[in-house]
Design a protein around this ligand. Structure first.
Ligand code: MG
Length: 160
């Protein structure tokens, strides 16, 4: 296979008493995302997309939420671990496209930092990563500000 593609999705509940992390950026907001780890739905969706492209299962298999070592784990740490699997695969990242869906807070001011974080962690140039931020038009749990969701798509190309 010359190319491989993978898709990832994640959603976490917004709760009080947690910091909000998305794409490795701490975002000022009254609530944060609930999870065994730091709840960074953007990083988790991206990890799942990479694992999907590699045909290596899902994030829950690699980083079980019953494992104490991943309690409070930063999304960036998980992404770094997944990167080692990409590096071993004989494929490299062609491009990444991410859609972060949050009714609140507005994420546009943080897209640049998310992109820089992801490029730095994966050691790829910025022309390979796109981050989109949108609301859910007030619909459903994301629209009701009960949760934040993310979709991620990646493509890999053969050649280390
Ligand atoms: Mg998650």
């Amino acid at each position: 296979m010359e190319y491989k593609a993978g898709i990832g999705y994640d959603i976490h509940r917004l709760v009080e008493g947690r910091k909000l992390f998305l794409g490795g950026v701490e975002i000022p907001y009254a609530k944060g995302l609930l999870g065994h780890s730091d709840g960074d739905a953007a990083m988790h969706a991206l990890c799942d997309a990479l694992l999907g492209a590699l045909a290596l299962g899902d994030i829950g298999e690699h980083f079980p939420d019953t494992d104490p070592q991943y309690k409070g784990a930063a999304g960036s740490l998980l992404l770094k671990k997944v990167k080692t699997l990409v590096d071993k695969s004989g494929y490299r990242i062609n491009n990444i496209d991410i859609v972060v869906i949050a009714q609140e807070p507005g994420l546009s001011p943080f897209k640049k930092q998310m992109k820089e974080n992801i490029c730095g962690l994966l050691d790829i140039t910025q022309d390979r990563v796109n981050i989109k931020a949108k609301t859910n038009e007030g619909l459903g749990p994301v629209g009701n500000k009960e949760a934040i969701a993310t979709y991620a798509l990646v493509s890999l190309v053969k050649g280390g």
